[in-house]
Design a protein around this ligand. Structure first.
Ligand code: NAD
Length: 252
């Protein structure tokens, strides 16, 4: 028996990187999946591929998770499509580099809406369905929630907020059987973390200090394996955790 046979899963950011690997992993384990992403073409390609390869139902929807109403519609369409909701995986996210004194207010606020507020909106609208299925939520936080990354004040703030929100919701819903967990990856080999995105105008020594102690970045499939564990019934007593996968980056 596959762990997610006939499960209904909603993954945001499933068109690329970690979210794409999560969709592939959960579909391989039998899940029917709805992908919500800004990049509809890429999301549709992922949905078609997993549907063909694993014989599961998979659908892609265009969404800007920064908009609460679009988050509500995404959850409702996912439930209407799959008949229920067992797991919400929040992977949609952006990273940007600014010196604090140069950070435009509207950019700071938009990043917070995408990376942090969306996790609340999606959780809020998913909870009534998760209470019925005794389901769970897994959210991509970051090592940047645990140690300061220079020139990334909005990103670090958004990820720290995810950890606090995850713990709050975990306590709020624990006795109702709905679990909330977060994963804190260090460097993962995805487009978000490409070498061209680095702030070459900054002090690169400050950034180099943040490298994984193992000397290697994680692959997105490794993060997807942890999502699959946390979302499965094998993790039925795991809630409120912030699980690091960072090559020892935050260990000391
Ligand atoms: P990625 O850029 O490969 O994928 C991000 C996905 O989110 C894309 O498909 C993009 O279209 C989508 N997206 C962005 N803004 C959106 C919006 N407003 N509405 C809907 N979809 C939107 O990035 P990734 O590396 O896979 O990152 C996934 C998550 O993991 C992010 O939350 C990121 O902060 C986190 N993370 C990544 C790393 C890393 O090193 N790659 C490390 C720690 C945490």
């Amino acid at each position: 028996m596959k762990r997610f046979e006939s499960s209904a899963v909603l993954v945001t950011g499933g068109a690329s990187g970690i979210g794409k690997s999560v969709v592939e992993r959960l579909a391989q384990e039998g899940a029917n999946v709805v992908i919500g992403d800004m990049n509809l073409d890429a999301a549709q390609a992922v949905a078609s591929a997993v549907s063909e390869q694993h014989g599961v139902e998979a659908r892609a929807l265009k969404v800007d998770v920064a908009e609460p109403e679009q988050c509500r519609e995404l959850v409702e369409t996912a439930v209407a499509t799959l008949g229920k909701l067992d797991v919400l995986v929040n992977c949609a996210g952006v990273m940007e580099w600014f010196r604090a004194e140069d950070y435009p207010e509207e950019r700071f606020e938009r990043l917070m809406r995408i990376n942090l507020f969306s996790v609340f909106y999606l959780s809020k609208y998913a909870v009534p369905h998760l209470l019925e299925s005794r389901g769970n939520v897994v959210t991509m936080s970051s090592a940047a929630s645990l140690g300061g990354v220079p020139y990334a004040s909005a990103y670090c703030t958004s990820k720290g907020g995810i950890n606090a929100m995850t713990r709050s919701l975990a306590v709020e819903y624990a006795e109702h059987g709905v679990r909330f967990n977060a994963i804190c990856p260090g460097a993962v080999d995805t487009p978000l973390n490409s070498p061209d995105s680095l702030p070459v105008w900054g002090d690169m020594n400050k950034i180099a200090r943040l490298s994984p102690k193992t000397g290697v970045a994680s692959q997105p499939e490794e993060i997807a394996a942890a999502v699959a564990y946390l979302a499965s019934s094998e993790a039925c007593n795991v809630t409120g955790t912030t699980f690091s996968i960072d090559g020892g980056q935050m260990a000391g």
